[in-house]
Design a protein around this ligand. Structure first.
Ligand SMILES: Nc1nc2c(ncn2[C@@H]2O[C@H](COP(=O)(O)OP(=O)(O)OP(=O)(O)O)[C@@H](O)[C@H]2O)c(=O)[nH]1
Ligand SMILES: [Mg+2]
Length: 294
């Protein structure tokens, strides 16, 4: 059997987490159309008879704006160096720019086996694919390029096999019934953050952290979850809550439904909104909200 860890690297919003979820077959990482959705390194584990692939999802490469994004970029850099292989995810539908080529070359330069998943081919003209692949090749990208669609499930088997082929021979690193290294409590916080990413405009979600204060399973199987949505500004709090609490009610109910699906049980969810100005630049608060160096 082949087994090992694979860093999943690429620009913010390229489709890394979506691809991992689809390959693993379960939602291990949240997904949204906004860049910088993933903030932590999250393992997604895919076990088959003849291989175990441990995907390390990483924060997408993006401008550093504050201590939080700085920490996120550091997480990505550290993860890329300590793996058996790299899966570079490129958003094919966004086209190939010089910066993309430079990034691919940077990671190829680490001397770790790497392939490129050229994703989102379901929303682009197919004739552009060979042109783009040639462009990459002509620019000196020697990694094999696999055009895929995570959303439509196109060519994923071939991609999976190519990833497995990069891994060393060896036994499984994790038990075969484990799909993630993260706790249910972590996932619940992430599901809340995902709904905020989906429901609110540009700047609000990026300044939001979710802290779960109570996570209890009652004897009858139901869950009681209390959490804080921490935002950066008073006016953000007002937007999050909305007129007579309508916006928050809707977002919380949306999140609760997903939590119930994830936990397979009824959830009683209580949500508070708090303001902590400038938390994304304050080490102590970042730590308190779960963001720290591994
Ligand atoms: N059409 C299409 N959309 C996709 C595909 N894969 C991902 N997306 C969409 O692209 C957006 C970004 O997806 P994510 O998986 O969150 O991207 P990411 O690379 O993990 O982003 P960060 O965590 O912010 O770096 C979401 O709106 C996805 O639904 C695909 O194969 N086809
Ligand atoms: Mg992601």
């Amino acid at each position: 059997m082949r087994s090992g860890t694979v860093a999943v690297i690429g620009r913010a919003n390229a489709g890394k987490s979506t691809l991992i979820n689809v390959l693993v077959g379960e939602k291990v990482a949240i997904v949204s159309p906004k860049p910088q959705t993933t903030r932590d390194r999250i393992l997604g584990i895919l076990t088959r008879e003849d291989h175990q692939i441990v995907f390390a999802d990483t924060p997408g490469i993006y401008r550093q704006r504050n201590a939080l994004t700085g920490l996120m970029m550091k997480t990505t850099e550290t993860t890329a160096k300590d793996v058996d292989a790299i899966l570079f995810v490129h958003d094919g539908h966004a086209g190939v720019r010089d910066e993309d080529i430079a990034l691919m070359k940077k990671y190829m330069g680490l001397g770790i086996p790497m392939i490129v998943a050229y994703t989102k081919i379901d929303i682009m003209p197919r004739e552009r694919i060979p042109e783009d692949v040639k462009k990459l090749f002509d620019a000196g990208v020697t990694a094999d390029v696999y055009p895929v669609s995570a959303r439509k499930g196109i060519k994923l088997k071939q991609l999976e096999q190519a990833i497995a082929d990069m891994l060393p021979e060896g036994g499984p690193l994790y038990p075969d019934d484990i799909v993630s290294d993260r706790s249910e409590k972590f996932m619940v916080a992430e599901l809340m953050r995902e709904k905020i990413l989906l429901k609110y405009g540009k700047e609000i979600p990026h300044g939001v952290a979710v802290v779960v204060n109570t996570f209890e399973r009652h004897e009858n199987g139901t869950y009681e979850i209390d959490l804080d949505i921490v935002c950066e500004k008073k006016n953000h709090k007002a937007i999050l809550i909305g007129k007579q609490g309508a916006a928050l009610k809707e977002t919380a109910s949306f999140a609760r439904k997903d939590m119930e699906k994830f936990l397979g049980a009824k959830v009683f969810l209580t949500v508070y909104v708090k303001v902590r100005e400038g938390w994304r630049d304050e080490g102590r608060l970042m730590k308190e909200f779960g963001y720290r160096e591994e």
